[in-house]
Design a protein around this ligand. Structure first.
Ligand SMILES: C[S@@+](CC[C@H](N)C(=O)[O-])C[C@H]1O[C@@H](n2cnc3c(N)ncnc32)[C@H](O)[C@@H]1O
Length: 237
């Protein structure tokens, strides 16, 4: 059973339709601003969670109709919640583990979204996932990634807030009382991974605002520390 199957209901109750305070007030806008349009584009979302994000993308481009949408995740429970609460007409909701070969043809997607998933995927799986993303992305396609910032994770580690479960999974505190899987990966490893997979990218940090700190008490210690790292990637020429 996937880890998120065990916390799916609580994850949805805690993060809701905007993803929680940090995403609502900071990260969603950073990601949405990276998109130039979705009309007739083929879209793949990886690790979609409760599926709150793609409806925001559709709302940002009223009247634009993607050619196809795949909402995917490793957690069947979360896919079910996504289908029930944030259903997009004509979208396919599909199980996909990013560490395994993707069931799609080369160059199929114009836009791949992966928000807050790769910071949970171990090195070998991360490399395989990037290679698959490169393979299924179209020549002019956009690959948009957000991960928990390595500096933020490092701060949690120094404060003794990372814990290992009985099953040996490293976790960090998430919204409410949730604990979320996390891997330790440096900024350099993200950059190297993307370069080696054949991507060029722009890198951007997302820091919590004072409003976020008020709403998301768990981030209080992170004031002025970047919480997210966003990579806007295209295929290297
Ligand atoms: C922190 S949640 C983020 C969910 C959503 N993208 C969001 O921003 O709210 C991480 C998500 O990645 C998914 N995930 C973790 N490892 C995965 C893997 N190997 N393959 C596919 N999905 C995975 C989890 O099931 C979970 O839905």
């Amino acid at each position: 059973m996937a880890y998120y199957d065990t916390i799916a209901k609580r994850w949805h109750e805690t993060t809701g339709s905007k993803g929680g305070a940090f995403k609502e007030l900071v990260l969603n806008s950073i990601l949405l601003e990276r998109l130039s349009g979705i009309d007739n584009r083929s879209i793949l979302e990886l690790g979609a969670g409760n599926g709150y994000f793609l409806p925001l993308v559709l709302r940002r481009f009223p009247g634009q109709v993607p050619s196809e949408i795949f909402v995917t995740d490793q957690s069947g429970q979360l896919l079910e919640i996504a289908r029930r609460h944030f259903r997009i007409r004509d979208a396919a909701y599909q199980y996909l583990d990013v560490t395994k070969p993707f069931p799609f043809a080369d160059g199929r997607f114009d836009l791949i979204l992966a928000s807050m998933i790769f910071n949970e995927v171990h090195t070998g799986g991360f490399k395989k996932a990037l290679a698959e993303c490169h393979r299924v992305l179209s020549r002019d396609g956009l690959f948009l990634i957000a991960v928990t910032h390595p500096d933020f994770i490092s701060g949690l580690r120094k404060s003794g807030l990372l814990k290992t479960t009985r099953e040996g999974k490293l976790t960090m505190p998430g919204s409410g009382s949730l604990r979320l899987p996390v891997v330790i990966r440096s900024l350099g490893s993200y950059r190297k991974g993307l370069q080696e997979a054949g991507f060029q990218y722009q890198e951007e940090e997302g820091c919590p605002t004072p409003e976020v700190i008020v709403l998301q008490a768990g981030l209080r210690k992170a004031w002025k520390v970047p919480v997210a790292l966003v990579y806007t990637c295209t295929k290297s020429v």
